[in-house]
Design a protein around this ligand. Structure first.
Ligand SMILES: Cc1cc2nc3c(=O)[nH]c(=O)nc-3n(C[C@H](O)[C@H](O)[C@H](O)COP(=O)(O)OP(=O)(O)OC[C@H]3O[C@@H](n4cnc5c(N)ncnc54)[C@H](O)[C@@H]3O)c2cc1C
Length: 358
């Protein structure tokens, strides 16, 4: 949104890395014992099914649409003097920090209904991020929400406490809904927990099913929802599928132990908040810190003047990618890191992955 070349380099088409898999661009909307249906009327039979519909995400289907969406956002930022950001989770905070660094003269206000920013990190971390933003002259209003129905064309917004905010534009950065509403009418409905996440065992098999796996943000694994952890899940799922496809009775499947609570929230171009266990710090994050790989790889490529992704990226073919189907509502993925692409290829897909043995 703030740096258009970032979008051009990070949005990739599924077919660029899923070589050999059949990609169906549509919303999955039903599952029965051996078949998945889509809103466009596809019926795809499966022996093994992998569900990775983390969050609903953007409505854009093609890469040009996605890039246009980012350009529109970028144009909005450039043409506005005052910008209102609604939501103090990672999306809102990262956007505010990037605008503050790239456009230091613009007035940025961030309104968050919680009592502190980034509630999933500890209080010390929230305070450090608040101080960072304040130093960069971003005004943060906590404990209030913005009533968007009150917005008139003159750029006036009312908060839940009756405050009036003037802004040339706003960005709603509240979290996307979990991508599980489509499962509520299916045989998997009893495998959803109260928050709409799929309950999985330590092998990532969906509760009550032998041949259905789920991983990533859609699952109830008790850990922070992070892309680098979804990558680890993907490896376990890929290994377990391979074992089952090769005739294992499941007894030797790989078990997953929830990851160490490492969190990173990027702050502008060069810095990030890093929280490892109970240690929180702000500054430049070393490259070896796993979840930093996307931001760090991008910054490094830019500093070195080299293309992103790095030229040595390779796309390994798995044993079963050639007889798999991937259903995804969009033709594109946002490349999180070169590793994610490598691992996604092993199990044939992002979004909603369906692996067909026969
Ligand atoms: C602002 C922000 C910053 C972040 N920064 C980091 C970071 O620095 N490090 C880190 O490790 N993590 C980070 N994360 C978290 C990370 O993005 C997620 O944990 C990761 O994307 C989860 O991957 P996933 O494949 O499970 O789900 P998603 O990435 O949500 O992908 C799910 C896909 O499924 C599609 N889908 C949904 N329903 C259907 C359907 N019915 N049919 C077909 N397709 C469907 C969606 O459109 C979407 O494309 C960040 C998240 C945010 C919001």
């Amino acid at each position: 949104m703030v740096e258009p070349s970032f979008a051009k380099r990070s949005v990739i088409n599924h077919h660029e890395y899923l070589q050999g898999a059949s990609i169906i661009t549509s919303d999955a909307n039903g599952i029965d014992d051996n078949e998945v249906s889509t809103t466009e009327g596809h019926l795809i039979s499966y022996d093994y099914l992998v569900i990775a519909t983390g969050h609903m995400g953007s409505k854009c289907v093609t890469k040009p649409e996605k890039l246009r969406e980012y350009e529109t956002y970028n144009g909005k930022i450039k043409s506005s003097e005052s910008i209102l950001i609604i939501g103090g989770g990672p999306t809102g905070v990262e956007l505010a920090t990037e605008i503050a660094v790239d456009f230091p003269t613009k007035k940025v206000k961030l309104v968050h209904k919680g009592s502190r920013l980034l509630e999933f990190i500890d209080e010390k971390g929230s305070k450090k991020v608040l101080d960072w933003l304040t130093l960069k002259k971003v005004e943060v209003i906590l404990g209030q929400s913005v009533d968007l129905t009150s917005n008139s064309d003159d750029g006036t917004y009312k908060t839940s406490e009756g405050e009036t905010i003037m802004a040339d534009c706003y960005f709603k950065c509240t979290s996307d809904p979990i991508g599980s509403s489509w499962l509520k009418e299916t045989s998997l409905k009893d495998s959803l927990n109260d928050s709409g996440r799929l309950m999985v065992d330590e092998n990532f098999r969906v509760k009550g099913f032998e041949n259905i796996f789920a991983f990533g943000d859609i699952t109830d694994v008790a850990e922070l929802k992070q892309g680098y952890l979804a990558q680890k899940h993907a490896l376990v799922v890929a290994k377990n599928l391979e074992l089952l496809i090769n005739g294992s009775d499941g007894g030797n499947m790989v078990k997953y132990t929830p990851g160490s609570p490492t969190t990173i929230v990027s702050l502008g171009r060069r810095e990030a908040l890093l929280q490892v266990w109970c240690v929180t710090s702000i500054g430049r994050v070393p490259e070896y810190v796993e979840p930093a790989s996307f931001v760090m790889a991008f910054n490094k490529a830019r500093a070195d003047g080299t293309p992103f992704p790095p030229p040595d990226i390779s796309f390994p073919k798995s044993n079963f990618v050639n007889f798999s189907f991937t259903i995804s509502k969009s033709e594109t993925a946002t490349q999180f890191s070169p590793n994610l692409i490598k691992q996604s290829n092993k199990i044939a897909g992002l979004g909603h992955n369906e692996i067909n043995k026969a």
